[in-house]
Design a protein around this ligand. Sequence first.
Ligand SMILES: [Zn+2]
Length: 472
Amino acid sequence: MNNVTLIVKDTTLVTMDRDLSILEGHALAVRDSRIVALGPSADILAAYASPVVLDGRDRFVFPGFINTHTHLFQNALKGLGRDLRLFDWLDNSVRKALHEIRSVDVYNAAVAGCLENIRSGVTTVLDYMYAHASESGLDDAVVRAFERTGIRGILGRAHTKTDGFPEPARCPINETEDMFYADVDRLRAELNGHETVSLALAPGIVWDMDPDGYRRLRRYADQHGLRITMHLDETPEDDSFTRAHYGINTAELLDQTGVLGEDFIGAHLVHLDSTTLEIFGRRKIKCSHNPVSNLLLASGVAPVPTLKRMGLDVGLGTDGAASNDTQNMLEVIKLAAIVHKGFHQDPTILNAVDVLKMATIEGARVVGREDDLGSLEVGKLADFFLFDPRTIACVPVTDPITCLVYSSNPTSVQTVVIHGRIVLQDGVFCSTDETEAVYALQESAYHLRQRVGLGNTINGRPVAVGPFTRRA
Ligand SMILES: [Zn+2]
């Protein structure tokens, strides 16, 4: 008998392996952080002993989703992007809030954001934490939230020059390049060898950086093996700016600075001309598709079928809750599966399996972790969730993938395992008090809005829901 630390028995494994195998009546054995065996349930139970055995009857096990683009601090700003264009939204909500947001607000927002991600099946999140802010240490608050909730986190450490911002959006900290690299050095040292948290570089958009800044960033990324992620061609303004300032479009500028490559993750990629597509194809960049955010901010519909035809890897992202307004990956999955059908008037253009791949194995390739994540295979890290289809939303169930993509909601995400640890069991978080997280964020976000004078109006009247009443 081999000793292991966790077994899920009598279940259906939706492996997302090379053959897209769906294995009924199977079991999966985990030792510490990794999957050590998959097989018919009776065989696994005969060969392995574990102190923890989860019954997977009538449930499906999916690999955990990879959320390839979000901003967890924006969970404090949920609801404020309502019905605004991107630049009004940016100047009037996000950038203003960054004047006043404190580490405690970022922590409360990021904890809630991680919990919401986990509840919708996400086990890895790539967080782009904005740089321009009121105080230092906000990145550390995101790392603490990763650790507290148990989610696998990639911290995108941002760098933005804010002296070019319009006055109301300018922030107290205008981080110089040297300050940025000193802090990235510190974070690299602190996260070195961390089991579940890693680092990426997150440069600002083209009007927030200059070409030499991108060149230096590429040199640093190469030297330390870090991925680069940035917002790219979300709106036509990227290309309008670079054409006006450099006489070329954004992709040409980034290509000339050497910043594009297989380790580069572009978020959004909505407005792409033929020159841009040619450069992306040649550089084999990785893509993050954020359909809820793109529709909410009226940015448009990204040419995902084209990017995929070119052989590029496309993952899915929720984007921040200020432009979503949730972290519900199941909603992103369904929208990704239907928006391109409607846009192209072709129901075959992106099918349910394509989209589930984007959320899992393709997402793993986007973040450069396909050897460890994205499918249920022996040797990979144990990041997966048990999906319970016995709900009114799912029934009647025909097959696991159709059910998950088109009929599900977070209620079906029953138990979530990350790095071999159970972080959500039968709908209850193991290491985090969810009720406390709800109260803490409502309170913290309310006071943040009051400090910066942000809020919504309905029929011309301001509406501000205050902190919830705590029971004694
Ligand atoms: Zn974003």
